[in-house]
Design a protein around this ligand. Structure first.
Ligand code: SF4
Length: 383
């Protein structure tokens, strides 16, 4: 069973709410040089189109900070600036209108400079993520805890948080990332007990797919199933668009957010009368390019055990020799010849996904108008 979400404070990263019961936000990070405005915007758009709610960019040099005003204005998604050591870069990012900072105040060091940055962030309503990684813990903590233990990560994060709190700043979210998944899980569990700030989940340096995908799914997924986590970034040594796809699948698999397709497919066996693996690959490749509203699609390999799952999905096909039986919303639509199976399944998927999205939209509008009626005190009463 998925546990109830941990109660956390709510902060805002631009238009995106984090924590306090808000939907779990998906983040990713550009891999471009930020001062290459065009390349960064192309990647930010690609991430947003794929479903990233927030995009982070690295700001190691003044040229990167100078590029931020255009990126912030044209990205179409809240931009977080990732800054280390330099309070001047942090101020430039804030002046550029970033929606968030990822910054550890401890590595700015000078208390006066920290105070200036924090005051500016508070003035602009910009939150700060304190982000501690196993690889960058200071020597004192490593010695005290005997390595990059969960306790060391949490102590480091809380030290950074206290610096912000001492300035009266509480629009904070925290990450304690580790490349070792059990240690990462324990660190977040400890942190979740210690504070009520929203938590940004991630396995750092997870590596390329499929290894990084699996590490992230296990680490992030375990915590989310325990109710811990308010936003996440899957870190992959790959095109960051892949990070967003994996993040969406993690949330969807746990039933926490439905944003994409769910492809149910049988593993195939000796009973299959056609190449189920190839059929599923064709469906998957087409689905990944379609950007459909959420829908469950089943691809089953025979007429014996296939119809049950095909019937349970939004749309499904139970493939047999030379033909497949197409289902839509549990109803049997009819037989489709083998060379038309993929097209017929996806045509039906587009129809059903569009209808599903329209129903959801209508439900949202009804909920919003009911809220408006109650909050504005209109005479119209809903029962
Ligand atoms: S659905 Fe049919 S082909 Fe697929 S695994 Fe089950 S029995 Fe085998």
């Amino acid at each position: 069973m998925i546990r109830a979400r941990r109660q956390s404070r709510k902060i805002r990263v631009g238009s995106v709410e984090i924590g306090g019961g808000a939907p779990i936000a998906i983040q990713s990070m550009t891999t471009t040089k930020t001062d290459d405005v065009q390349a960064t915007l192309i990647q930010a758009h690609a991430l947003a189109t794929q479903g990233a709610d927030i995009v982070r960019v690295a700001v190691p040099h003044p040229g990167d900070a100078a590029a931020l005003p255009v990126i912030v204005r044209e990205a179409g998604v809240p931009i977080v600036a990732d800054i280390h050591f330099s309070y001047r870069l942090a101020l430039m990012a804030l002046e550029a209108g970033v929606a968030g900072l990822r910054l550890n105040p401890g590595n700015i060091r000078d208390p006066k400079q920290i105070a200036i940055v924090v005051a500016e962030a508070a003035e602009r309503g910009v939150p700060i993520r304190v982000g501690v990684n196993a690889g960058s813990l200071d020597k004192r903590l490593l010695a005290k805890h005997g390595g990059s233990t969960p306790e060391a990560l949490v102590e480091s994060a809380l030290h950074e948080v206290r610096i912000l709190e001492d300035e009266g700043f509480t629009a904070i979210k925290i990450s304690v990332k580790h490349q070792n998944v059990p240690q990462m899980i324990d660190a977040y569990r400890l942190l979740a007990e210690a504070v009520d700030y929203p938590l940004h989940l991630g396995v750092t340096e997870a590596g390329p797919p499929p290894y990084g995908t699996l590490k992230s799914a296990i680490g992030i997924g375990t915590l989310l199933a325990e109710g811990i986590g308010d936003t996440l970034r899957v870190s992959l040594t790959a095109d960051p668009v892949e990070e967003v796809k994996v993040a969406k699948q993690i949330l969807q698999t746990l039933g926490l957010r439905r944003t994409t397709f769910d492809l149910v497919a049988c593993p195939s066996c000796g009973r299959a009368e056609l190449d189920v693996i190839d059929l599923t690959r064709q469906v998957q490749e087409r689905l990944e390019k379609m950007n459909l509203p959420p829908i469950q699609i089943a691809v089953m390999g025979c007429e014996v055990n296939g119809p049950g799952e095909a019937r349970d999905a939004d749309v499904g096909i139970a493939a047999g020799p030379g033909r497949g039986l197409l289902f839509s919303r549990g109803r049997q639509i009819g037989w489709v010849p083998a060379d038309r199976m993929v097209d017929a399944l996806l045509d039906e998927a587009v129809k059903v996904a569009t209808e599903n999205a329209a129903v959801e939209q209508a439900a949202t509008e009804i909920t919003e108008s009911a809220t408006t009626v109650w909050t504005t005190g209109s005479e119209a009463k809903l029962v």
